[in-house]
Design a protein around this ligand. Structure first.
Ligand SMILES: Nc1ncnc2c1ncn2[C@@H]1O[C@H](COP(=O)(O)OP(=O)(O)O)[C@@H](O)[C@H]1O
Ligand SMILES: [Mg+2]
Length: 487
């Protein structure tokens, strides 16, 4: 008898229910034959396994070549999920749950926009209470900082009940969409705003960054999947997080189902399918001041509903020339989606602001300045002046599922964490101004027509008659929409 190599094996990381990783639909058929009480010799459905050992063992002849089919992918998917679950269980053990950082006196004063002496003055007057004193150091909790932020009036008075939706998007992956959504929400929440993050990416990176396992902790009914229900149960799907002032609508892979469902429903719904998510948001705008939507790197129906639901669109731009070149497609695809929506009978879409943010920027890199020039030529009025630098602090933090704002004690130099935070703060201060401006405008809608400049106006000389006409009717529609919103 010829010796045959045993090939059935399981990953040592997973103790229970090992899945044979010997591959091929044929192997699984072989197993099925075994379970059914057939020996492999009897199972002639797969020519590669004739003559394999079959006496109560699952050892098989190693095929010289096998083709990979659905069952293999299914087995691998299950296996990979188990492997990942194991890792997540380790990383996100109950005793290692994320906790919000505390802030020292300088950082607290900085967040509140006060000088150290102004801050201390208020402490001495008894206006600011709290703080945990150990030796010469005072640490404030995030709740305390949020209370002080409200005391000094950082939060716009028109914010409560008039939530602004900001969607972070780009056709490209790895351009810090998720990092930006999360850190921006952290920045705003520390300044007293009540924020919600909607994780609209089936890869669930934002969910994971909050220490929530999309595999273990998120059921379909408690996820963003259910936000697309006819009558979403907001109490069930909006979960609080370790960061006071941030709630999350978590994602997991079930969300893919919505992509297909939306595509299927598009024929019956016409252009209004794009407004599907926007229709769910009025209730959430009443609960939250700021709603951030983190999207996946594609412009399918799901992302489009996220973009149509937004008042502000934030496009994060990658640093390298090649990535930049491919991300330029985003704008033409977005134009196509907007046209498609309008032609299919939907409403025209308007934003209170569109912002282009350079992320992961390395000032030493030659292409950085080149890309900035291109962006300035293409959309200077949307380009935020201060980019987010690539920083080791962010990279190191990410390996522990953290952001630059999560880090309370940095292992590297104190200066690097300070520099990193200041750079993020500077970039986000611009977005803070932008949403403040929107609340100003919503609060005084009569000023609104003056403030609004449709794009077509800016390029009037080049615009042909039909574009001008479009702009004219858009202006009317947009005016009606905003009056309705703030009525
Ligand atoms: N400012 C930064 N400096 C260094 N690394 C960053 C920075 N911002 C994001 N990253 C890293 O870049 C990678 C992609 O970021 P992510 O936010 O997941 O992008 P996207 O959501 O667009 O796919 C992550 O590993 C993240 O930790
Ligand atoms: Mg992402």
């Amino acid at each position: 008898m010829v010796e045959r190599a045993p090939v059935a094996r399981s990953f040592p990381l997973v103790d229970d229910a090992p899945v044979p990783i010997c591959g091929t639909d044929g192997d699984l058929r072989y197993e099925a034959a075994e379970k059914a009480g057939l020996s492999a010799q009897d199972d002639h459905s797969h020519p590669g396994h004739e003559g394999a050992h079959a006496h109560g063992t699952q050892l098989m002849e190693k095929p010289r070549h096998y083709r990979i089919g659905r069952a293999d992918i299914e087995a691998r998917a299950a296996q990979m999920e188990r492997v990942l679950n194991k890792v997540k269980e380790e990383t996100l053990r109950p005793d290692s749950r994320k906790v919000a950082p505390r802030f020292n006196l300088n950082l607290t004063a900085e967040i509140l926009g006060l000088s150290k002496s102004q801050f201390l003055h208020r402490v001495n007057d008894g206006k600011f209470v709290g703080g945990d004193r150990t030796g010469s150091r005072t640490l404030y909790t995030l709740e305390e900082v949020r209370t002080m932020a409200n005391q000094v009036g950082l939060r716009h008075p028109f914010a409560p009940g008039h939530g602004i939706v900001m969607t972070v998007a780009n056709f490209k992956g790895g351009v810090a969409k998720t990092s930006t959504s999360v850190t921006l929400a952290q920045y705003m929440a520390a300044r007293g705003y009540n924020c919600l993050i909607i994780d609209l990416d089936p890869q669930a990176s934002a969910t994971t960054l909050f220490g929530i396992s999309p595999y273990l902790d998120v059921s379909q009914e408690e996820s963003v999947f259910a936000l697309y229900d006819d009558e979403p149960n907001f109490d069930r799907i909006c979960r609080s997080t370790y960061w006071p002032g941030i709630d999350l609508i978590a994602a997991n892979q079930h969300l893919y189902g919505r992509e297909f469902a939306l595509a299927g429903a598009a024929k019956d719904w016409g252009g209004e399918i794009f407004e599907y998510l926007a229709q769910k948001l009025p209730a959430l705008r009443k609960r939250y001041d700021l709603i951030f939507i983190d999207t996946q790197p594609s412009l399918g129906f799901l992302t489009s509903t996220g973009i149509f639901a937004s008042d502000h669109l934030l496009v994060t731009v990658p640093p390298s020339s090649l990535d930049f070149a491919s991300s330029v497609i985003f704008w033409s695809l977005l134009r196509d989606v907007l046209t498609q929506a309008r032609d299919a009978g939907g409403h025209s879409k308007f934003w209170e602001g569109v912002h282009v943010l350079q992320t992961r920027v390395d000032e030493q890199d030659k292409s950085t300045h080149f890309i900035r020039k291109l962006l300035a030529a293409g959309c200077e009025d949307w380009l935020l002046p201060d980019p987010i630098p690539a920083t080791r602090v962010a990279t190191n933090a990410a390996s522990d599922f953290q952001t630059v704002y999560d880090v309370e004690k940095y292992e590297g130099s104190h200066r690097s964490i300070k520099r990193a935070r200041e750079a993020f703060d500077k970039a986000y201060a611009q977005l803070h101004d932008a949403v403040h401006h929107t609340w100003d405008v919503w609060q005084n809608p009569t000023e609104w027509d003056v403030v609004y400049h449709p794009e077509a106006d800016l390029f009037d000389q080049e615009a042909d008659a039909s574009v001008s006409q479009d702009a004219e009717s858009d202006r009317g529609e947009a005016g009606a929409e905003i009056r309705e919103r703030v009525a």
